[in-house]
Ligand binder design. Structure first.
Ligand code: PLP
Length: 229
């Protein structure tokens, strides 16, 4: 078993190499460590190795780990599917939500975001693979939701997010990421303040960086395979 610090070093190297290869050296590509199904101890180890931003998919699991890790200055990102009846817990305990795809979710999160906290950073999740099973908004509907979010003072739209269909084919990975990039560039004509393209996971981070990712969400390449833990 590789240590988290060793894995992290390799992931950072992959990011650097991709940035050089695809002309992105001057850009910041933020690394979000996806810690779902990992114990608090693994997050502690990752923090010691230099990571501070963590992504979680399951609310109850995330809240438990947040409690266990209260002593660390961590930034929590929610990347799971949103249940509107739990919007308060989400709005109270996270800095970012990457998976906004319905007006109702935006409405609830805005309502429940505590006023003493800064606005909740949000990305709209887009379905770029046209698979029925994938969640996210159809590309044609993104502009309308982006406009609607502007009305919510406790939400701050930062950009777009996608989970491309799993494939090891680099061209197919790039195609899906490119669809997201096109949409993002179009949206930025209306909202030039957008700064986040959240795409790229352990198996496709190079394709994502080639297609403009500003934040990659990496789980297994940092923590090891979830099946074995
Ligand atoms: C699990 C997950 C990731 C990380 O995937 P890895 O293959 O472990 O890198 C990224 N984004 C989302 C939304 C996830 O659910």
């Amino acid at each position: 078993m590789m240590s988290i610090a060793t894995n992290l070093q390799q992931v950072r190297q992959r990011i650097e190499t991709a940035k050089q290869q695809y002309g992105r050296v001057a850009d910041t590509v933020k690394l979000l460590a996806v810690s779902k199904q990992q114990p608090a101890a693994a997050i502690r180890e990752a923090y010691a190795a230099g990571l501070y931003a963590f992504g979680e998919n399951y609310l109850q699991e995330a809240l438990l780990k947040q409690k266990q890790l209260q002593d660390l200055a961590l930034e929590w990102h929610y990347i799971g599917s949103i249940q509107t009846n739990k919007a308060a817990l989400l709005a109270e305990n996270f800095t970012w939500v990457h998976t906004l795809s319905r007006l109702k979710e935006a409405e609830k999160l805005n309502l429940k975001r505590p006023v003493h906290l800064p606005p909740l950073n949000c990305c709209i999740q887009v379905n770029v693979s046209y698979e029925d099973s994938k969640s996210g908004l159809a590309p044609k509907d993104v502009a309308l939701l982006a406009e609607q979010i502007q009305a919510y003072p406790h939400l701050r739209l930062r950009g777009l997010m996608a989970i491309p269909a799993y494939t090891l084919d680099f061209n197919s990975q790039r195609q899906q990421c490119h669809a997201l990039l096109s949409l993002y560039l179009e949206l930025r004509k209306t909202y030039p303040e957008l700064d986040t393209l959240s795409v790229g996971m352990s198996n496709d981070l190079e394709a994502a960086i080639a297609e403009g990712a500003t934040l990659v969400r990496i789980g297994q390449a940092i923590f090891g395979s979830r099946e074995e833990t």
